[in-house]
Design a protein around this ligand. Structure first.
Ligand SMILES: Nc1nc2c(c(=O)[nH]1)N[C@H]1C(S)=C(S)[C@@H](COP(=O)(O)O)O[C@H]1N2
Ligand SMILES: [Mo]
Length: 397
């Protein structure tokens, strides 16, 4: 009895497995990954700013755009990656050159780099998407892992591009074959018995496949973009937070209850550690000159929403306590523990006139879940650094 043979590369005769398809889909995936990587780096540097880097406080909505693009390009990469993998998976069954030679070594290294690329990318997109759902079913820290994987992906991608460059260049341009349904590659199709039907003609052209994949990518994009573009909010089935749903028309990432913060009473004081230390009651803060800022909350998880804030300019507070306007500030929340209980405001954020110790949001005192009695709101910053329930500032230099 003859045992069934394992498939070989030739067992997958669809012409859609052609390097031209892989080149086009790879290009799209490459663009999405590059956007995702660069916007991700920006977000990383916002949260861990290296000494040599000064992050500007303007344009005020820059982070809203970059982080919206980060999550969008990541989500769109999922169907692109699946399509790309489908196009090239017959390669998994290609025979290794035997006996071992230098060429075989090259092939092994090339496949190793693809294995690293695909597994790192799949894991990156998976944990990134779960993070937008605030779901962390793994024992490792999300942020550090997400960041390390990004570099592994970029390294493996560069190796992959270098190895495939001749093939990519040879298939870069559109050809008439993109538009015609091609018969299965006769070289790859097993010779049929004489009395059988002729080899099947596949119905889908390459262009048809490209349109299908572009359609799928657009669909997941449109189903998630509503978390930062309010007009698409009602159809944002892939995003857990809708921009205008929440107290005072603004979503809440962490409620006061979850953060263990209690409502304050009349004994509450707001203090500043500075050359001239200051201490205010809430009524005294309310009696200081108030300024307005229209600024978005742009969460690292992708949702964002514009809002109208009212409060005291940080640089006004700095002049009241005799600190220079470009002081570096530590912001301390009443929240105990947690990653965002204390944050830092670098000089160009403290001196920006839009940066406020906000007391009011959209025409009313801050809701407890939005940081009552006082919070930081600054332009071009990730939501995680817009500290809520602030009760103390410390001038660092
Ligand atoms: N003290 C404190 N401030 C915080 C947080 C927190 O967990 N604790 N969450 C941050 C995050 S992740 C975001 S996106 C914004 C959300 O602000 P909002 O709940 O007012 O929309 O608050 C930020 N400020
Ligand atoms: Mo956030």
């Amino acid at each position: 009895m003859k045992l069934p043979q394992p498939p070989t590369e030739e067992s997958f005769p669809s012409p859609l497995h052609h390097p031209r398809t892989a080149t086009v889909l790879g290009r799209w995936l490459g663009v999405a990954i590059t956007i995702c990587f660069l916007t991700g780096l920006f977000s990383h540097f916002q949260q861990a700013t290296p000494g040599w880097l000064v992050i500007p406080s303007r344009p005020a909505s820059l982070y809203r755009v970059t982080q919206g693009l980060h999550v969008l390009s990541g989500i769109v990469s999922v169907p692109l990656l699946l399509a790309k993998l489908w196009t090239v998976y017959p390669k998994l069954f290609a025979k290794l050159p035997w006996p071992p030679s230098r060429k075989a070594l090259g092939t092994v290294l090339e496949r190793g780099s693809i294995l690293v690329l695909v597994s790192a990318l799949a894991l990156e997109l998976f944990i990134g998407f779960l993070n937008t759902l605030q779901w962390y079913p793994w024992p490792f820290p999300f942020k550090e892992t997400h960041y390390a994987l990004a570099w592994i992906i970029i390294g493996a991608l560069l190796v992959h591009l270098a190895v495939k460059l001749p093939l990519i260049l040879a298939n870069w341009r559109r050809t008439p074959a993109d538009r015609t349904p091609l018969p299965h590659d006769p070289a790859r199709t097993p010779v049929p018995p004489a009395d059988s039907l002729p080899p099947a003609i596949t119905g889908l052209t390459r262009r048809g496949l490209f349109r299908t994949v572009a359609g799928a990518a657009s669909l997941v994009g449109i189903a998630s973009i509503g978390q930062s573009v309010p007009a698409f909010g009602p159809i944002a089935v892939l995003s857990p937070r809708k921009p205008n749903i929440g107290p005072q028309g603004l979503p809440v990432n962490r409620t006061a209850e979850a953060a263990g913060v209690q409502p304050v009473d009349a004994t509450w004081r707001f203090t500043i550690k500075a050359p001239t230390p200051l201490s205010y009651s809430l009524a005294e803060l309310q009696a200081l000159p108030q300024s307005h800022s229209a600024l978005p909350i742009a969460c690292v998880e992708g949702w964002s929403q514009g809002a109208h804030w009212e409060g005291i300019r940080i640089r006004d507070l700095l002049s009241l306590c005799d600190a220079p306007p470009n002081s570096h500030l530590r912001v301390i929340s009443m929240e105990k523990g947690g990653f965002y209980a204390t944050t830092e405001l670098p000089p160009n954020f403290t001196q920006d006139p839009l940066t406020l110790l906000a007391l009011r949001l959209n025409g009313a005192p801050l809701a407890l879940d939005h940081g009552y009695p006082a919070r930081i709101i600054a332009p071009n910053r990730p939501g995680v650094l817009q500290t809520k329930w602030v009760h103390r500032l410390e001038v660092l230099q």
